[in-house]
Design a protein around this ligand. Structure first.
Ligand code: AMP
Length: 378
């Protein structure tokens, strides 16, 4: 019965789940505000050029496209970092200092729907603009961890520096299309394919070994010792040092135990330039959140500014929370023969913080006002 079908990969939130979503969003938003972040709300769609300026033309296959009446192509936003880059480059051009922004938005991506993967989903996230250095990266990672901790979720944050992989590949002298192919295999965690591809390429043996080894390496700082054979490549060295610095900084936040260094984390978007990270929970086989440093994106919008940020997927957090019970709430049902008294009573109860429903059943009631209570899972 097509006329009652919901679009593939889209989702209805019925009251208990909508209540959990609202609660998570409220708690996260409150935390963002307390850490100094201010909200921005952007349109659901952007000109296609804006999205492609930020993410490159490859993003197009993931986009829902539409056309306005002037024939211009629009895209439903596939993430929020690019719309915020557009805002910063137009509305905050003169703000040379540090800018802390957050959002709570629905996101659209063409995707083969499966468990935890939707075509419309919700993200909460922050962008910290105008701050370079380990402290800024550590702040957004710590904030991401805080948001998950509030939900009492079990999680780990996997941390990497995209510069290690990118500069190793650049060093290899391979053409861009081949480098992209290698990156895609690592992103898909297709180690068999990676092995096969690297075997056929003219690479220095130690470089091949490190590239094959990196996706498997995760743990404490000792993981970085695996990069010893390539450590002296200047940009690689710089990236490793930055990664260590951020990891050390996370100790000051008291969250080093929640973080693992994972040299296989590359992230999907090409705009990342430095630290990258993803948050995982043992309940789910895919990330709950992701983020990183993107120092060149704002420059593409004519407003060069360094930046770092993250986004957490709301549906995935709800999935990880699983069947945790919604809290039952007491509901006051107010009925009676005198409408004014009934409404007055309901208002007073609401002012006292109760949920108060006016009884619409039309049942005959001889008393002016009667209040009954029932317990309901919201
Ligand atoms: P990304 O920047 O693509 O890593 O997205 C950040 C977060 O958004 C992910 O860690 C997920 O929690 C969530 N997310 C991304 N894509 C989807 C999707 N198709 N369905 C549901 N959640 C998603």
């Amino acid at each position: 019965m097509k006329k009652r079908e919901i679009v593939r990969g889209a989702k209805d939130f019925l009251p208990p789940e909508a209540a959990k979503k609202r609660q998570f969003e409220n708690q996260a938003v409150e935390t963002f505000i307390r850490w100094g972040y201010r909200e921005v709300i952007t349109p659901t769609f952007e000109y296609l050029e804006v999205i492609e300026t930020g993410a490159g033309e490859e993003i197009r296959e993931e986009l829902f496209l539409l056309q306005d009446q002037d024939g211009r192509l629009l895209a439903l936003r596939p993430e929020m970092t690019i719309p915020i880059a557009r805002i910063v480059s137009t509305k905050f051009r003169d703000n040379a200092g540090v800018l802390r922004l957050f959002y709570n938005a629905n996101i659209f991506r063409h995707a083969l729907p499966q468990m935890g993967r939707y075509q419309e989903f919700y993200q909460l996230g922050v962008e910290l603009i105008g701050a370079s250095g380990a402290m800024a990266d550590a702040e957004v990672i710590a904030l991401a961890a805080e948001v998950l901790k509030q939900q009492e979720l079990e999680f780990k944050i996997s941390l990497n520096h995209i510069g290690i992989f990118n500069h190793l590949l650049l060093q290899s002298g391979l053409p861009e299309s081949v480098r992209e192919g290698i990156k895609r295999l690592v992103l898909k965690k297709d180690l068999v394919g990676l092995n096969r591809m690297l075997a056929d390429l003219p690479l220095a043996p130690e470089l091949r070994r490190v590239l094959l080894d990196m996706p498997l390496q995760h743990g404490g700082p000792e993981v970085l010792e695996r990069l010893e054979p390539v450590r002296e490549i200047p940009r690689v060295k710089e990236a490793i040092n930055e990664l260590s610095e951020v990891y050390d900084c996370l100790a000051s936040y008291g969250i080093q135990d929640d973080v693992v260094i994972d040299l296989g984390i590359l992230r999907g978007f090409d705009y990342y330039t430095g630290i990258v990270f993803e948050g995982y929970s043992p309940q789910l086989g895919y990330p709950l959140l992701g983020g990183g440093r993107y120092d060149n994106l704002l420059g593409k919008f004519g407003c060069p500014r360094v930046a770092t940020g993250f986004a957490v997927g709301v549906e995935r957090v709800l999935l990880a929370l699983g069947q945790r019970n919604s809290t039952p709430r007491e509901v006051m049902v107010v009925s009676g023969s005198d409408l004014q008294s009934v409404l007055k009573q309901a208002r007073e109860l609401r002012e006292q913080g109760f949920i108060a429903e006016v009884d619409l059943s039309g049942e005959n009631c001889t008393e002016k006002v009667v209040v009954k209570s029932r317990v309901s899972v919201r």
